[in-house]
Design a protein around this ligand. Structure first.
Ligand code: AMP
Ligand code: GLY
Length: 430
């Protein structure tokens, strides 16, 4: 390894990975950057390579052949499938938890049991592997209630039930195989009320460093209506997460989690994303993710003033106690442009033209599902396609700039929500 002159491979193809590449590319410590498989945006700063995240030997071979010093694993599935373990076993530094620690996202039951053991505030729950006890438990509860497939279900395995009938139907739906293997087990959870916030912490197995807060908009429609999506927009910071609430979250949720994981022989490395419900009784854990949020990562990267690479490296193989990261106080906001029909069926291959976008150092368009076709034309290649991201003095100003960018995107087959940031903007105006 050449010191301070790293060859880096980012794995993934979403807006999150474009934002990570964009930030890593600015680092004086980055020598050569690869992204696998990448998208039309990462192609501008990294060499896109067609690697399959499930093919661990091929990734190890690629890393050896290209002197890769650090692999940054973007999405959850390869982490849960043990890609970080395979890399570390071959002495290749990996950013992200190994499979045992990634259970925090890979198994909701695992996390609920850990919360019970460590006294971490979260919703009351039951964990089931067969329908009968699940139906019996549900009958003793009140609605609304939340039924969740235990494993990874691409964000779709959570069913919020307003009636008992809906609850019983959800149990059958999951055990009937709606989510495949992910639904071999399920969790029934008390419904929590409050506002949600995303909180990100960088970990090295021992130390934990709070990164920043954000708020995501999961529903497809304005006013937070319609079906859930991977996220239609986000902003950071989430001012509702006051410094007091951050301290309380670290004390009551994050440290007990990391201490318990270390005591179980599963020290957590990488970014830990806590989905929080800010209830009247204080912050409670909704769920953990073992990676950056998408699109939350995009707003975090726009606000991060420090070099990201030493922090990723320290989390992967070192010690974070000397790492400091500075965040611009100015908020950032991102609007997701999605293909018409998303999160249902949508067309791929429609033409996107970004030539009319004005130059502004506070405006960055991250690509998610895009690719450049054989003629050099940018086309849509997924559900969530572009993340129009802007910084401003206020969330309202960042919103205005982001929507000005959206208006300049020539893509008739795409749409976006018109109200990203509404909660915060309402607060700013009172
Ligand atoms: P997830 O896919 O696990 O992020 O969950 C999707 C969404 O379901 C969360 O962002 C919450 O809005 C909601 N949710 C999950 N669990 C609960 C709960 N126990 N109480 C209320 N809402 C919940
Ligand atoms: N934006 C939600 C997620 O990344 O899970």
């Amino acid at each position: 390894m050449t010191e301070n002159n790293f060859n880096i491979l980012v794995l993934g193809s979403g807006g999150r990975e474009h934002a990570l590449c964009w930030k890593i590319d600015q680092s004086p410590h980055c020598n050569k950057l690869y992204c696998a498989p990448g998208n039309g945006g990462t192609a501008g700063m990294a060499e896109n390579v067609p690697l399959d995240a499930d093919d661990h030997p091929a990734i190890v071979d690629f890393c050896r052949a290209h002197d890769i010093d650090l692999v940054v694993i973007g999405p959850e599935a390869p982490l849960v499938n043990g890609l970080a373990d395979s890399l570390r076993q071959n002495d290749i530094a990996a950013f992200g938890p190994d499979a045992a620690a990634a259970q925090l996202e890979g198994s909701k039951g695992f996390t609920k049991d850990l919360c019970a053991q460590a006294n971490i505030p979260t919703a009351a729950y039951g964990r089931f592997t067969a329908p009968k006890p699940a139906h019996d438990y549900l009958a003793t509860q009140t609605v609304p209630i939340v039924i969740k497939a235990d494993g990874l279900a691409a964000g779709k395995g959570v069913i919020i039930c307003e009636t008992m009938d809906a609850g019983h139907a959800a149990i059958d739906h999951i055990f009937d195989g709606a989510f495949g293997e992910a639904g071999a087990e399920l969790v029934i959870e008390e419904f929590m009320t409050g506002e949600e916030a995303s909180f990100f912490v960088l970990c090295d197995g021992k130390n934990a460093m709070p990164l920043a807060t954000a708020q995501d908009h999961k529903r497809v429609g304005d006013g937070d209506t319609g079906p859930n999506t991977g996220g239609m927009g986000a902003y950071s910071p989430a001012a509702i997460m006051t410094p007091d609430l951050v301290a309380q979250t670290m004390q009551s949720i994050i440290y007990p989690t990391l201490d318990t994981m270390a005591a179980r022989g599963m020290p957590y490395r990488g970014v830990l994303y806590a989905g929080l419900m800010l209830t009247d009784e204080g912050p409670k854990l909704v769920e953990y993710n073992c990676r950056f949020g998408d699109p939350e990562c995009q707003v975090l990267m726009l606000r991060l003033e420090s070099d990201l690479v030493p922090a990723l490296m320290a989390s992967a193989i070192g010690d974070l106690s000397d790492t400091e990261l500075n965040w611009a106080p100015d908020p950032a906001l991102t609007v997701v442009m999605a293909a018409n029909g998303y999160p249902g069926g949508y067309d791929k291959g429609t033409t996107i033209n970004l030539n009319a976008l004005h130059e502004d150092e506070d405006l960055v368009v991250f690509h998610a599902g895009t690719k450049t076709d054989a003629t050099g034309q940018l086309t849509a290649n997924g559900g969530r396609v572009l993340n129009v991201t802007a910084r401003g003095k206020t969330v309202a100003q960042a919103q205005t700039k982001a929507y000005a960018g959206c208006a300049e995107v020539d893509w008739p087959e795409g749409f976006c929500r018109q109200d990203i940031g509404w909660r915060e903007i309402e607060r700013e105006q009172t």
